[in-house]
Write a protein that binds this ligand. Sequence first.
Ligand SMILES: *Cc1c(COP(=O)(O)O)cnc(C)c1O
Length: 370
Amino acid sequence: MPVDFSSTYSFSDVDEFARASEIKVGAGYVYTRWGNPTIDSFEAAVAELEGAPHAEAFASGMAAITTTILALCGSGDRIVAARQLYGGTHEFFSNVLPRYGIKAELFDVKDLDDIERALDGARLLYCETIGNPRVKVADLESLGGMARAAGVALVVDSTFASPVLCRPMELGASAVVHSATKFLGGHHDLLGGVVCASEEVIEPVRALAREFGAIIAPFTAWLALRGMQTLPLRVERACASARAVAEALEDHPAIGAVFYPALESSEDKDLCDSLLGGRGGGVLAFDVSGGRDRARSFQEKLRVIKPAASLGGSHSLIVHAASVTHTQLSPQELAAAGISEGFCRLSVGLEDPADVIADLYEALDASGSA
Ligand SMILES: *Cc1c(COP(=O)(O)O)cnc(C)c1O
């Protein structure tokens, strides 16, 4: 697919122009905020991977999430959401939606009974397939069943899983969102988002996307399509490497706990087998004993792994939560959120896993005694 950079398309026939301007897919290309052939190709590819009838692409994952939620909810509505959320989504639910009269109630993703009770009268159920930051897996089959029974739309952020590990639409989700910045793009060189959805859900999302205008750029869509050619290879490799890294970290005396769904020791092992085909994804988390100081000096000694935001790409990236993503929280609040002062999130890239493990061991050993 070539990149079609045009912002607009010309017509020699006014009737044809008028017909193409009717707001419906396939009517023809008029203006790139309404539709573009390169963007359409990207949307069609993601929809096919997710087993969804339609997809709509956005300038970022956050644009996909916020537009989808505002398309489905209005003033007076209530959202039931898992508490294990990407930081930007958590902020949107807690501090932005209330200003527009939309309330979000947050539950631990494992508290299925509480979630089921809260669904009565709710407008939307929202969760992440593998949630931030402790990579807890959502029981999508149960949540999908509950949402269907309650007549509530289930929206799943499946960024950490990618469509290679799981296809939430098949389990009852009404929409699946991705930050294409992560696994879909895969090379730390683009920012994009996409939502896959049923006919019923995509219509209002598409209409609002045109109004809000946070659409993906054609070149970005092309880059994402190119990244997706290797998606299954990259995801399988990241899963295999992340598992090897998680197992190696469990053996290091300076590591308190390792969180990774495919580990034998994980509370999510069974769910990982049934939902994700036994693959835990490319992201793991762990506690460095010795708290904040040791976690920081350990990160500064890493040479292969880079301290950086983002995940799901070719390079291994690490984040120390207490220094970067959860800076506002006191030690007590961190503890309440289940995050120790030494808590780190690691996205394992495509390097030789032996190099990643050696890097972690050398940096841990050089950062002092446990
Ligand atoms: C990165 C991320 C987002 C936000 O995506 P952007 O492309 O950065 O806007 C949303 N959800 C999850 C799970 C993410 O990892």
